[in-house]
Design a protein. Structure first.
Ligand SMILES: NCc1[nH]cc(CCC(=O)O)c1CC(=O)O
Length: 320
């Protein structure tokens, strides 16, 4: 099929170093694919970047990071937006779609500390920084002697707070540290068996808006889509959607695919880690959505709904 290539493409991006790295990565790949097209980045600050003092779930959740970028696309100021998939709501507003999911970086959580080598090394009372309810729940369950304190801001801000001595250790996504050239800050990678990653963690997605000028953005971006990652995150995000798709509950969903067979694991828990439901399924990767539904059914059989309701009663913010 002949793809109609526009002479200019504008990528809307948040202005954090990670967001810009991701936008630049997409820009470079598009420039290489379409040398005749000039690809530019439009940097913008979102509400999610501005609100640093309150927990995100209380003020609107994941959508806060993508809304301004969507407005820029709707107004024709941008053609695409690059996101960390983990921050993209399960349902996009009418007229928007995910056009491509890029090959996933390391999906694991990373233990970062200047003084300790792993969570197991931390002494009683040590302060661990994370604003992810999923990470909090895991730490509370396995290391009840540790103290969890909220940690927000972009990656550099979070690392700065660690270096200032506000925390003994912090937990971050390995993907962000690797992309920013900071893999040496990772003291230990958490085993997915212990710390099951959030849906979409480590994957980037490209969002587009419906348009009327005949440019087929999905065809244009198709070479950037990584089919295996796309199948994995389809299953993971299905689980999030089934259980409310917010960041107000500790929820993990992680799929791996080998030779076309998907292994999907999912978990919901209370923030104190005292009640946990976890389940796994296997099946053809092409049945991603059904596998997401199947693992969700298994979680329900383990009282996942009651666990989630007790979380929503507390609803005390997060940013996974
Ligand atoms: N919630 C913020 C966020 N969104 C995406 C990443 C990291 C990169 C990724 O998962 O792709 C992070 C930081 C973190 O969780 O430490």
């Amino acid at each position: 099929m002949e793809v109609n290539i526009p002479s200019r493409l504008v990528i809307a991006s948040r202005e954090s170093r990670l967001a810009l790295w991701q936008a630049e990565h997409v820009r470079d790949r598009l420039s290489q694919l379409y040398p005749q097209c000039s690809v530019e980045i439009l940097g913008m600050t979102t509400r999610g970047d501005q609100i640093l003092d309150r927990t995100l779930s209380k003020v609107g959740g994941k959508g806060l990071f993508v809304k301004e970028l969507e407005v820029a696309m709707a107004e024709g100021r941008a053609d695409l937006a690059v996101h960390s998939l983990k921050d993209v709501p399960m349902e996009l507003p009418d007229g928007f779609a995910l056009a491509a999911v890029l090959e996933r970086e390391d999906p694991r959580d990373a233990f970062v500390s200047n003084d300790y080598a792993s969570l197991a090394d931390l002494p009683a009372g040590a302060i661990v920084g994370t604003s992810s309810l999923r990470r909090q729940s895991l730490i509370a369950a396995r290391y009840p002697h540790l103290v969890i304190k909220p940690l927000r801001g972009n990656l550099d801000t979070r690392l700065g707070k660690l270096d200032r001595g506000d925390y003994a250790a912090i937990i971050l996504a390995a993907a962000g540290l690797k992309r920013l050239g900071l893999p040496q800050r990772i003291r230990a990678l958490l085993d997915p068996d212990d710390s099951l990653p959030a849906a979409g963690q480590g994957a980037m997605a490209i969002e587009i808006a419906e348009r009327t000028d005949g440019v087929d953005m999905i065809a244009l971006l198709a070479p950037l889509n990584h089919v295996v990652t796309s199948q994995a995150v389809t299953a993971e995000r299905r689980v999030s959607k089934v259980f409310g798709g917010s960041c107000q509950v500790p929820l993990a969903a992680h799929a791996t695919i080998e030779n076309g067979t998907m292994h999907l694991r999912a978990m919901v828990a209370t923030p104190d880690g005292k009640r946990v439901a976890s389940a796994e399924v296997h099946g053809p990767a092409t049945d991603a959505t059904q596998l997401g539904d199947q693992v969700s059914d298994k979680l329900r059989e383990q009282d996942a709904v009651a666990i989630l309701q007790s979380c929503l009663a507390e609803a005390d913010g997060a940013d996974d």
